[in-house]
Design a protein around this ligand. Structure first.
Ligand code: HEC
Ligand code: HEC
Ligand code: HEC
Ligand code: HEC
Ligand code: HEC
Ligand code: HEC
Length: 388
């Protein structure tokens, strides 16, 4: 069974029971009971029971399959829901053809499944196209309303985190202006023009206006976007002037050979940039705001004898990032209070909320697993696996 179908089981059952409740006549009630029993057996992997069930209900299979198809093809279904329901229809029809010798219901389901799968492959191709536009770590294609943008004759928006990071600490935007989670901010042109979201700055004063230079943001997939993918193609002096105008600093003369320092994965090495004193982002748009940081290190003692420990510096993080971006959303603020799983981290939880998306990637094991067991670190708070 395709993995996506397994995820859809529970959803399918909930959807079905909601619609089937409204059916009234006896035959319909029998068909409903049959479908529900069939799905339960599938979920519990009781295939022996299915043989009996399908044989006893031979006369009902055809209408049950049709009912599942109607349910699956309803307009507001997302791919996983639709495929989950079609998968039940298909299993039922297949068993019916095998044990009762009637192939008709199967002929109904199969073309539908093939059509859905080919539509899905187009959707995946579309996703991959935009993935390419996000090849520079932290460049996000914002396209919650692709139709509306297209209607206006514009490309989707390419948001370059890196360029903003030079001028602004994370705190400026997270979470005062944007939640630190993609697609949760409901960004629209209307709100921007009203001075919210990007419009807090893109108002023609602090930065170019969102009411005028459309293509400077609506740039994803256009050749002009190259400068946002390749930081060395940026007009350095122009950026230096923009930074200066808002009280930040960008000093390209400090770059070795005039180029951005990159890590071994060819992404900007921000801590190297900081060491070179090439940039100084502002901590807030409000000059009088107070800033908290935390200056200690936490040692994640590794369970394994060959893997180095992880030294987490509170300061390097909290200087730029609000406490509330991490606590309690990602981590407890009690030592050892969080149960961290490496497998979930690489899927974007815990440290993976930022690393691999805006900060250096997971492939860079040694940048986190950076402290040999034999090395003593003065004052480090130790997090032992046994205490978790
Ligand atoms: C000028 C504003 C701005 C600054 C500064 C900024 N961000 Fe963001 N950030 C955004 C926007 C916009 C999004 C996308 C929001 C959306 O899609 O709804 C985002 C999204 C994110 C996400 C979500 C990624 C995901 O896959 O869900 C993370 C993590 C993040 N930012 C981390 C950071 C870090 C770390 C810093 C500082 C080093 C930072 N940001 C600085 C504007 C900013
Ligand atoms: C905290 C202020 C701030 C916020 C919020 C902000 N920006 Fe910017 N952005 C700037 C500044 C300052 C510049 C450099 C501007 C300049 O040269 O006029 C800039 C530059 C850019 C550039 C580079 C364009 C070029 O031609 O070089 C793009 C693209 C951009 N912003 C998009 C966005 C988008 C999209 C959003 C919202 C999702 C956003 N920005 C939110 C301040 C901000
Ligand atoms: C500072 C960056 C910026 C500039 C400049 C800008 N936009 Fe947008 N625009 C956005 C963002 C971000 C979105 C939300 C994209 C999404 O998720 O679909 C957006 C969305 C839109 C949409 C889709 C409907 C909606 O409200 O979400 C339209 C239409 C649009 N913009 C038109 C324009 C036009 C016309 C101009 C020039 C007059 C312009 N934009 C300039 C950032 C910008
Ligand atoms: C962004 C930081 C970061 C990166 C990058 C990273 N790890 Fe980890 N890893 C951690 C943290 C933190 C823990 C400790 C979790 C805990 O305490 O349970 C951990 C735990 C582990 C564990 C669990 C066993 C143990 O020692 O407790 C393994 C295995 C592991 N990492 C392997 C890797 C490998 C392999 C890579 C590179 C592909 C990698 N990690 C990259 C932060 C990172
Ligand atoms: C990048 C994420 C991040 C940021 C930002 C951050 N923390 Fe933490 N903090 C952690 C992690 C990870 C732990 C360890 C959690 C555990 O052991 O379960 C931790 C632990 C703590 C602890 C318990 C250990 C200790 O240091 O005494 C306190 C208290 C704490 N944080 C306070 C803060 C405060 C206050 C700020 C803001 C000034 C802050 N943190 C910013 C990630 C962060
Ligand atoms: C809220 C976002 C965020 C989270 C969550 C986060 N980091 Fe980071 N981390 C950053 C940023 C930003 C930097 C600066 C470097 C960069 O952006 O590539 C950084 C840098 C680091 C560095 C480099 C320090 C140095 O001196 O070289 C290490 C190591 C690190 N993080 C480990 C971790 C570990 C381990 C966790 C989880 C316990 C974690 N980070 C969680 C944003 C985050």
């Amino acid at each position: 069974m395709r993995p996506v179908m397994i995820r859809a089981h529970r959803m399918a059952l909930i959807l079905l029971s909601a619609t089937l409740l409204s059916l009234s006549s006896q035959t319909q009630a029998d068909t409903t009971a049959f479908i529900e029993q069939f799905i339960k057996n599938q979920i519990d992997h009781k295939y022996d029971n299915q043989v009996e069930l399908i044989e006893q209900n031979s006369a009902r299979v055809s209408s049950a399959v049709k009912q599942l198809i109607d349910e699956a093809m309803m307009e507001d279904r997302v791919f996983e829901q639709r495929m989950g329901l079609l998968d039940y229809a298909s299993s039922m029809a297949y068993m019916h053809s095998y044990w009762n010798g009637d192939k008709e219901p199967l002929k109904l389901v199969e073309p539908l499944i093939n059509a859905e799968l080919s539509k899905e492959s187009k959707r995946v191709a579309e996703i991959m196209k935009w993935k390419k536009e996000e090849r520079n770590l932290g460049n996000f294609v914002l396209k919650a309303n692709p139709e509306k943008t297209k209607e206006a004759g514009l490309a989707p928006v390419l948001y370059p985190h890196w360029m903003h990071r030079i001028m602004f600490e994370c705190k400026v935007c997270h979470n005062a202006i944007f939640q630190m989670k993609r697609w949760t901010n409901d960004i629209t042109q209307e709100k921007i023009v009203a001075g919210k979201q990007c419009g807090v700055c893109h108002n023609g004063k602090m930065a170019f206006s969102a009411e005028e230079e459309c293509e400077r943001c609506h740039m994803a997939g256009l050749p002009e976007a190259e400068k946002l993918h390749n930081p060395s193609k940026i007009d350095q002096m122009k950026l230096a002037r923009s930074a200066l105008a808002i009280g930040a600093k960008w000093n390209p003369s400090r770059l070795p050979n005039g180029t951005m320092p990159l890590d071994k994965y060819k992404f900007i090495d921000w801590l190297k940039l900081k060491e070179l004193d090439a940039f100084k982002p502002i901590p807030s748009l409000d000059k009088d705001a107070e800033h908290k940081t935390r200056d200690n290190v936490i040692r994640f003692v590794s369970k394994s004898s060959f893997l180095d420990d992880v030294l987490f510096g509170h300061k390097v993080h909290a200087d730029w990032i609000n406490c509330s971006s991490c606590h309690p959303a990602l981590f407890s603020d009690t030592l050892g209070g969080t149960k961290i799983k490496m497998t979930e981290m690489s899927k974007g939880r815990f440290c993976g909320n930022c690393h691999g998306k805006v900060s250096f990637t997971f492939a860079d094991c040694k940048r986190c697993h950076n402290t040999a067991k034999t090395v003593f670190v003065e004052g480090a708070l130790e997090r032992h696996p046994t205490k978790r």
